[in-house]
Each structure stands twice: as C-alpha cells, then as structure tokens.
Design a protein around this ligand. Structure first.
Ligand code: AVJ
Length: 322
C-alpha cells in the first residue's frame, strides 16, 4: 500500500509567525537589527519591571512623580464625560493616578497586545473603579484604526505614558500621533509621556546599570529567540552595548558579537563578524520644544507640558477633525 503524505499549502513565514519573520528579516539586514517590541515576553516584562526600580533608571519614577503632582491640572483638561484611551496599557499603574483624580471620566479603554494581562487587570480595575466602564481592547495600537464601538459616542482623552514614543523614529512618532488623532477625534486631549534630553552621563547610567539588569533585558531577546524559534545563540558570546548618540538625541542599545561566529535559526545561518552588533533599540530623547514641534506637525496643538527637569508629560489638543 502506498502511504499518502498530507500535502499542506506552504504559507509564508510572516503569516505563520510574525515574530520569526521579523527576526529573520532583521538579522538578514545590514546592519542587523531587531524590533524592541519583542523585548516584552514574560521574562522580559519581569526584567523591565526590575529596571523601573533601579536607582539609575529615573524615567518611571520621574513620570509617576509628575503625574501625581499634576494629576488635578492634567485631568482638568479632559472633556467632560470622556473615555480615557490608553495606548499600550500594561498594568495601568499610571492611568490609575489620572482616573483617581478625574471624577467626570466615564470609561477607560486600555489597549494592549497581551490579552491575558489585560483581562486580569480589567477585573481589578472594575473592583477599584466601580463607577467606570472598563473596555479592554486586545490590539497592536500601532496599527489600530478606530476606537472601540462602546465609546463611539463619548469624547476622548488619550494617554501614552512611559516615553514609549521614544522607541519610534521621529517620522514614525509623527505618523503615530496623526493616527491617534483620528482615533481620538476632534476635541480630544492627548497626554503623552516623553523622556527629556539631558546630561549624557545621566542617560548613560540609566541604560548601563551597575547590577546589569539592563544587560540581561537586552540579552533576553536572544534567549527568547532560542526558546521560541529554536535558534542556538550562545548568550556568552554577545555583550550589551548602550550609549548616547548625541547627534541624533537617542540612546542606542546593541548586542555585540564578541567573536566571529555562526548562528542557526529557522533554516538559515546568520554569520557575525567579531564586534558586529545587532541594533535592538533606540530611545529618542526630546526637549519640551522639539516634542511640541513634532506634535504640532502631526495635527495636535500643544497646551502645556509638566516636568521635574528629567521627564516631561505633555497635554495636546485636537482642535479639528483630521
Ligand atoms: C519602555 C521604551 C521607555 O527606552 O527607556 C529601558 C525601554 N530599554 N531600558 C526606555 C528600556 C532599556 C524604555 N521604554
């Protein structure tokens, strides 16, 4: 008897596993790069949590301080009866500060790609804010096009904390702000957390902590590729490099190969020269003025910015339909 082999249509890698496709594309490029959004698997999110508590890593502490100090002023700008839409919500620690200060907010819409986390957090929010309608949305906020139907009739306040916007190239940040304007609509306020350009020493230390947590966070990207894609990266043969590129006003993170080596991954071989790097992250730093100029060029009117001198929280208004 002749055995029949199941014939399966070959689907492109990108459809089967976008992570695999992005990794192969990034490591085949010159120079090599990997998208920073892949830092945040379970292990990476736990490492980032640790980073936010490091003495050298000021952004989280600074932003929380600014939000707490100016919560009343920030939320006084929200349209009455609005829905707060948070882009990339995570554990919504920062949104809670605003939600506690804003009596007239009617709904909270956290958007995140991680569904499990979002549902758990929604249950806690419903308990802590019983008067609020909580509508979690599992989506990639960078590709989202419209607000969820539940808040279609409500005016909106957007919230994008954490200087996540610094991971985008400035032209991508402009594109995101423009799309967010479409989602949030006329009359909306947008509260955006943006890390400030400052002394290169302070910036350097924030991404080169003494305990080496940031190095672990960076290297976890290779560990994740090994775990999920069956690659054979030797983590001992790569080093964490982070430095301030003053000309482009950004921190760059790289993983540098300590020697000439080959790595197997998804049926391909990736070759490294000694010292060759994978560019894993940019973290752009702005001045208050340079960020306001970027926002203005993306259809938003800057209203105010609050700062502790290290980190800024901007309020922007969408004055007309874009
Ligand atoms: C979450 C993108 C704001 O750029 O400071 C922290 C990520 N990378 N340490 C940042 C990060 C290394 C962080 N953002």
């Amino acid at each position: 008897m002749i055995m029949q082999t199941a014939v399966r249509a070959r689907r492109p890698l990108a459809t089967v596993n976008p992570f695999a496709a992005d990794v192969v594309a990034g490591l085949s490029a010159k120079p090599k790069y990997l998208p920073p959004k892949y830092f945040y698997d379970l292990a990476g999110s736990a490492l980032f949590e640790r980073i936010t508590r490091l003495s050298e890593y000021y952004p989280t502490r600074s932003e929380l301080g600014v939000l707490k100090e100016y919560a009343a002023a920030i939320t006084s700008l929200f349209p009455p009866g609005c829905a707060v839409v948070e882009f990339g919500a995570g554990a919504s620690t920062k949104a809670r500060i605003l939600l506690r200060a804003a009596a007239s907010v009617e709904a909270y819409v956290p958007i995140d790609i991680s569904g499990d986390f979002l549902q758990q957090d929604a249950a806690r929010l419903r308990r802590d804010f019983p008067h609020l309608a909580i509508h979690p949305v599992v989506a990639d906020f960078t590709t989202m096009l419209e607000p969820p139907a539940e808040i279609a009739a409500k005016p909106r306040a957007g919230f994008f904390p954490g200087s996540t916007i610094g991971n985008f190239e400035p032209h991508e940040a402009a594109g995101f702000l423009r799309r967010a304007g479409v989602i949030l609509g006329a009359g909306a306020v947008f509260v955006v957390g943006v890390d400030l350009a400052k002394s290169p020493d302070i910036l350097y230390r924030a991404y080169n902590d003494a305990e080496g947590v940031t190095a672990k966070f960076n290297l976890n990207l290779l560990a994740r590729i090994n775990r999920e894609l069956g690659a054979n990266f030797n983590l001992d043969a790569f080093e964490h490099h982070a430095f301030y590129n003053a000309e482009r006003s950004r921190i760059e993170m790289h993983l540098a190969s300590t020697k000439r080596q080959k790595v197997r991954l998804c049926d391909t071989t990736i070759e490294f020269r000694a010292g060759e790097t994978i560019h894993t992250e940019n973290s752009y730093k702005y001045s208050i003025d340079s960020f306001q100029a970027l926002a203005h060029g993306s259809g938003w009117s800057p209203i105010t910015a609050w700062t502790d001198g290290l980190f800024s929280v901007h309020a922007l208004r969408m004055t007309e339909d874009k």
